[in-house]
Design a protein around this ligand. Structure first.
Ligand SMILES: [Zn+2]
Ligand SMILES: [Zn+2]
Length: 107
């Protein structure tokens, strides 16, 4: 059976010994590297506690034109851009829509 890259709908042959083609292997390594320090923070008790406090104190989305309930706590300066993950001055509550929009625009 012919092997293909495991990325969805990618028809390329994987590089020997790997499951993904050269392009997707590179993309995956990059993504893993970029998300590593953040994942550790988002799994920490300290972040869980801060997140709960912020959503309790400021239950509404911080976007000026929005009055939705906040569901996410966002870093104003992203962690991977050197932002302090636990500083209250660097976090804001956002609704799903605005958090999704901001996260996408940072990528
Ligand atoms: Zn591929
Ligand atoms: Zn919003």
């Amino acid at each position: 059976m012919r092997q293909v890259c495991r990325a969805p709908r990618c028809p390329e042959e994987p590089i020997p010994g790997r499951y993904y083609c050269a392009r997707h292997t590179r993309l995956r390594d990059k993504a893993r590297h970029a998300s590593r320090p953040e994942r550790k923070i988002y799994n920490s008790n300290r972040w869980a506690y801060l997140r709960r406090r912020i959503l309790y104190e400021r239950p509404f989305c911080a976007h000026p034109d929005c009055d939705e309930l906040a569901t996410d706590v966002d870093h104003i300066t992203p962690i991977n851009a050197g932002g302090d993950p636990y500083a209250r001055a660097n976090v804001q509550p956002l609704c799903k829509t605005h958090h999704g929009r901001k996260t996408r625009s940072e990528m």
